[in-house]
Write a protein that binds this ligand. Structure first.
Ligand SMILES: C[S@@+](CC[C@H](N)C(=O)[O-])C[C@H]1O[C@@H](n2cnc3c(N)ncnc32)[C@H](O)[C@@H]1O
Length: 251
């Protein structure tokens, strides 16, 4: 991070794999025409990053990609053309250290410098101080947490008053419609719609489930958004399912 030091708590977190690499570089965000729909689909992470930044309008500071995996969203946010993003440290937090190492390598390839910190941990017990984070974003992860309610309590705990969280999954509002349809077609093709796994997949991803988790976590002000207010095996779904909230300012 240029011109500032990473907060001491991060250095003290114990499980920190720090990364200091070179500057610049935007996420490629490959675009592709519908004629090539058999090949790889356009990268959805820049679209998701754009939605996060558009909604949160976050203050620069410490931002956490929760359940970061190989860093798709975190790197897209880190390299977005956005003033606060360019001035923020991005913490990639995940229990999977191999995925985190890959994320750091990819960060290096993209020429980031001193902006990424990888922390081994789980949502349910984040190795972060109370009121220490300006933004938490998390894509495609909450459905794998052992205890989503406890994870959401933790998100609230680590956020600073006024800090924002956007948690859920999806391809981004502006992801091209043809590619969204193709994505869903391929995903549906990969599992039996009536299987118990598919039903559980759909139940967990239903916005009502997210609403219940948020309520159970004690959140009083939040919104669950997304055009994908449908089970995941419904052919009309695919846009996503997001919980968004702001930690209340101190009175
Ligand atoms: C489907 S991947 C999504 C990765 C990335 N966010 C993305 O959009 O590509 C789900 C990630 O959640 C992580 N995960 C699983 N349980 C978790 C937990 N309890 N807390 C935080 N992350 C968890 C997994 O290790 C995995 O990297």
């Amino acid at each position: 991070m240029k011109g500032r030091n990473l907060p001491a708590f991060l250095a003290a977190a114990g499980a920190v794999l720090a990364l200091a690499v070179a500057t610049g570089g935007a996420v490629a965000g490959e675009r592709q025409s519908r004629e090539h729909a058999t090949g790889p689909l356009p990268d959805w992470y820049p679209y998701v990053a754009s939605d996060i930044l558009k909604w949160a309008q976050p203050a620069a500071g410490v931002w956490v990609d929760l359940g970061a995996g190989t860093g798709g969203v975190g790197l897209a946010v880190a390299t977005a053309e956005h003033e606060a993003a360019a001035a923020s440290a991005i913490v990639l937090l995940d229990p999977d250290t191999r995925a985190l190492s890959q994320a750091l390598s990819r960060g290096r390839e993209q020429g980031l410098e001193n902006r990424l910190v990888a922390v081994e941990g789980v949502a349910e017990k984040m190795p972060l101080l109370d009121n220490s984070v300006d933004l938490v974003f998390s894509r495609g992860s909450i459905w794998f947490w052992q205890d989503p309610v406890e994870g959401l309590r933790e998100v609230y705990r680590v956020l600073r008053p006024g800090g924002k969280a956007m948690i859920g999954g999806g391809l981004g509002d502006d992801y091209p419609e043809w590619a969204r349809r193709e994505f869903m077609r391929r995903r549906r093709g990969s599992r039996e719609a009536d299987s118990p796994q598919a039903k559980e997949f759909a139940r967990r991803r239903h916005p009502d489930t997210m609403r219940q988790w948020a309520k159970d976590a004690g959140l009083t002000e939040f919104e669950v958004t997304g055009r994908g207010a449908l089970p995941a095996d419904d052919p009309r779904t695919g846009s996503g399912n997001w919980l968004r909230f702001t930690k209340q300012e101190l009175q």
